[in-house]
Design a binder for this molecule. Structure first.
Ligand code: URA
Length: 205
C-alpha cells in the first residue's frame, strides 16, 4: 500500500493543475493543504485568501496567525494537525465559494479525509460546516461535538470572524479550549448522525 504522504502528494499534484471550476483562472497558486498525513485532527477552512494564494499555503494571513495561537494555547501545532479548505483555489475578492465551486472541489477534500482518516474534523465557519450539517447555522452548531461514524465533527467559528468581533473571539477561544478534551475522548459527542445531501459523500466522511 502506498504511504499516506505519497497519496497526499498525489492529491496535491492533481489540485495544482485542477481546472474543474472557474477559480483557477484568477488564482496565483493552488492551496491543497498541509500538515501531518496521520493527523488526529483536521481543520477545514473556507478557501485561500490573498496571502495563501500568494504562497500556496493555508492560513498564513491574520486568520492563520490566530489559528496558530489557538493551536499553541491548546497544546497543538501545525506539524501534528492537517489544515485545508473547502476550495483549493482563492475565490476572487475573498468572496465565499459558490455552491458549484465547492461541489467541484469536494472530491479532493474527501480524498484527503479518506487518506488521513482523522479522528476529529473541525469545520472552521459556515462554508465548511455546510458539508457536514446542512441548513445549520454556525451560531447554533459551534462548540458542539457531533458523531459521524467513527469520527467527531466539531464546528467552530472561522478565525476571520473572530478577528471582526470581540464576542466571537471569546466564543472561539472557549470552544477551542474544549478540543484537548475531545481528543482525549473526555467530551462525548452528540449521537446525532451528521447529515449530508450526497449519500456517496457521507460514506467517505
Ligand atoms: N481563510 C480560510 O478559510 N482559509 C485560509 O486558508 C485562509 C483564510
Amino acid at each position: 500500500m502506498k504511504k499516506k504522504e505519497e497519496l497526499l502528494s498525489q492529491i496535491d499534484k492533481v489540485v495544482r493543475t485542477c481546472h474543474k471550476c472557474r477559480l483557477w483562472r484568477t488564482a496565483t497558486h493552488a492551496v491543497p493543504g498541509e500538515g501531518s498525513a496521520t493527523a488526529e485532527v483536521m481543520f477545514i477552512g473556507e478557501g485561500p485568501g490573498y496571502h495563501e494564494d500568494k504562497i500556496g499555503r493555508p492560513f498564513v494571513g491574520r486568520a492563520g496567525k490566530l489559528l496558530d495561537q489557538l493551536l499553541d494555547k491548546n497544546g497543538l501545532n501545525r506539524a501534528h494537525v492537517f489544515i485545508t479548505n473547502v476550495v483549493k483555489h482563492r475565490p476572487p475578492d475573498n468572496r465565499a465559494p459558490m455552491k458549484d465551486e465547492a461541489r467541484a472541489c469536494m472530491p479532493y477534500l474527501l480524498q484527503q479525509i479518506k487518506v488521513i482518516n482523522p479522528k476529529i474534523i473541525v469545520p472552521l465557519g459556515r462554508s465548511a460546516l455546510e458539508i457536514f450539517l446542512k441548513d445549520t447555522l454556525i451560531s447554533e452548531a459551534h462548540g458542539i461535538p457531533y458523531k459521524s461514524g467513527n469520527r467527531v465533527i466539531f464546528p467552530v467559528y472561522h478565525p476571520a470572524a473572530a478577528l471582526r468581533s470581540r464576542s466571537v473571539m471569546g466564543i472561539l477561544d472557549k470552544d477551542f479550549g474544549n478540543l484537548p478534551k475531545i481528543i482525549r475522548g473526555e467530551l462525548q459527542p452528540q449521537e446525532v448522525e451528521v447529515e449530508n445531501g450526497d449519500k456517496n459523500q457521507l460514506k467517505l466522511i
